[in-house]
Design a protein around this ligand. Structure first.
Ligand code: PEP
Ligand code: MG
Length: 556
């Protein structure tokens, strides 16, 4: 069974809105990968075929390296890794063997990549996931050898809505300024597509069945909040864009702290991975993901180096900063830790658990944070990822305090921690709910698996109940309960969370104005009513529809 949440309505297609905003434009799909002709030509010049394959792979590597220089962070790393794969001597040897066996260059590359993909799959885990990168290398090399268009982004010569099965990190890294919005058939709320679209402020809908049935150039309107994609008349496109521009102008005219219409404060904080993500318009940082500083490291960063990196971010943030200690493992592999390969890495040694075998990594990080906080005078709070028990929370809080840092919290990402939130809150000063992982673990659905988008939906009543339970525990303890998963940036869920008693919301800077406006238009009692609607709904889609319908009804 797959869990495609997608439904089709007479008025359009519906998927998961994962990055808010409206726009309209013609759809264009990713260019499909090249297909090999049915007839395999004979090999007249084996040496020539081997050198043609090598030249094509070198071309692919050079192209990927060039593209990597245009982007930063994880995106650049993904492209560099792909470039290295393209010129891996093992691949070259395998290609040569296939040519010797009578296969022309393009076929030899295809077979050799298939062989390597099988080997990767057998190793499992993170390595197995690299099989998709190899497929990209193969498609690019085969296109080069056969003189076909490079697979990847279309170039229609006009602004367009990009449609695709799903986008790889390499694709998302390369989106140009002409992309108005993204709609994918697969992909989940925490997929690369969602995170990157939000970072760029592009409306995005994932898990949208039927989107690939639309021919290229079909004009559509896209609503990244409701997830509705509708076919429209070409003449209506400018109208939708103008209305969207008016929406944006209205949103950006609202400034100031987050609060409901009746003045209940809901601080709006930022999720950042570095200084580039800090925007002036927020009340502080609710999630500083420190692992981004270390993703490409093969040796442990020194306390000095870390202190410098943290101080740079601390100095750029006006309000409080919640720094998360390293969240290594599973979807965030950090080579310098040399973590063992595991059968189920998402359930393995990750997050705070890494500190069991590497206590010095946590101690060094806390020492560096304390130094940077002292140097900059910033209001720094520290929290741990992937905490499962009250004992872990207490141990972490003790480590934070003994490093001289006054405020310690933990993330609620594991259902066991949400169920025991009261006990955890006795040990720490605050908690922050990571709905990306909380959804994954509550629904037993791998967050990197786009097929499971429907289960991963943070509107799932089971996930909302755990958020509600955690918020109640916070209220009882008189301690803050934030949400810092991607879902906090959903203007409708932000209302629901507020109604459940969540005390702050942390999100990417680009979605903050929409959340601010959404809160400003409703009273706290409205939010409580919407929270009840969502909690009482039998499933995620009904919950979203009920809340969206009530909000739209109130607005008219
Ligand atoms: C989360 O799990 O919701 C979260 C904010 O952490 P990350 O996405 O970095 O795992
Ligand atoms: Mg997490």
């Amino acid at each position: 069974m797959t869990s495609e949440p997608h439904t089709s309505h007479a008025d359009g297609l519906t998927g998961l809105g994962v990055s808010p905003g409206r726009t309209a434009g013609p759809v264009y799909r990713m260019s499909p990968p090249p297909t090999l002709p049915a007839d395999v030509p004979p090999v007249a010049d084996p040496a020539g075929e081997v050198s043609a394959a090598a030249a094509a792979l070198r071309f692919v590597a050079d192209e990927l390296t060039r593209l990597s220089r245009q982007v930063a962070g994880t995106a650049s790393e993904v492209l560099d890794t792909e470039a290295m794969m393209a010129v891996d001597p093992t691949l070259a040897d395998a290609v040569a063997r296939r040519v010797d066996a009578g296969r022309p260059a393009a076929w030899a590359v295809t077979d050799a990549v298939a062989e390597q993909q099988e080997a990767f799959a057998a190793i499992g885990g993170y390595i197995a996931e690299r099989a998709a990168d190899l497929a990209d290398v193969r498609d690019r090399a085969v296109a080069r050898l056969l003189g076909l268009p490079m697979p990847g982004l279309p170039a229609p010569g006009e602004p367009y809505v990009l449609i695709a099965e799903d986008l790889s990190p390499a694709d998302t890294a390369l989106l140009g300024p002409r992309v108005l919005a993204i709609v994918t058939r697969r992909g989940g709320p925490t997929s690369h597509t969602a995170i990157l679209a939000k970072a760029r402020g592009l409306p995005a809908v994932v898990g949208c069945a039927g989107i690939l049935d639309l021919p290229d150039a079909t004009p559509v309107s896209v609503d990244g909040t409701t997830g509705v994609v509708s076919v429209v008349a070409a003449a209506a496109v400018p109208e939708v864009r103008e209305a969207a521009a008016r929406d944006r102008a209205r949103l950006s005219s609202l400034t100031g702290p987050g609060r409901t219409a009746d003045g209940r404060p809901v601080p709006l904080l930022l999720n950042v991975g570095g200084v580039a993500d800090v925007v002036a318009d927020a009340e502080g940082v609710g999630l500083f993901r420190t692992e981004f500083l270390f993703l490409d490291r093969t040796t442990a960063p020194t306390v000095d180096e870390q202190a410098r990196a943290y101080a740079e971010v601390f100095a750029a943030v006006p309000g409080k900063i919640v720094l998360r200690t390293l969240d290594a493992g599973a979807d965030k592999p950090l080579p310098f830790l040399g973590l063992a390969t595991e059968d189920n890495p998402a359930l393995g040694v990750r997050g705070l658990r890494v500190a069991r075998d590497h206590p010095a990594v946590l101690a060094d990080q806390l020492a560096a944070v304390a130094r940077a906080a002292a140097e900059t005078g910033a209001d720094v709070q520290v929290m741990a990822p992937m905490v499962a028990t009250a004992a872990e929370a207490a141990e972490f809080a003790a480590a934070v305090r003994s490093a001289g840092l006054p405020v310690a919290g933990v993330m609620i990402e594991v259902p066991g921690a949400a169920l025991r939130a009261r006990a955890l809150l006795e040990a720490v000063d605050f908690v922050s709910i990571g709905t990306n992982d909380l959804s994954q673990y509550t629904m037993a659905a791998d967050r990197t698996n786009g097929e499971l988008a429907g289960l991963l939906d943070p509107w799932q009543p089971a996930v909302l109940e755990l958020v509600a339970r955690t918020a109640r525990a916070g209220a009882a303890a008189g301690k803050p309960v934030g949400v810092c998963g991607e879902s906090a940036g959903d203007p409708l869920l932000a209302l629901v969370y507020t109604g459940l008693g969540v005390t702050s919301l942390s999100m990417s800077g680009s979605v903050l104005p929409a959340v601010r406006a959404s809160l400003a238009a409703r009273s706290f009692a409205d939010c409580e009513y919407l929270a009840r609607l969502a909690l009482d709904a039998p499933d995620a889609a009904t919950a979203r529809r009920a809340v969206a319908g009530s909000v739209a009804g109130a607005a008219t």
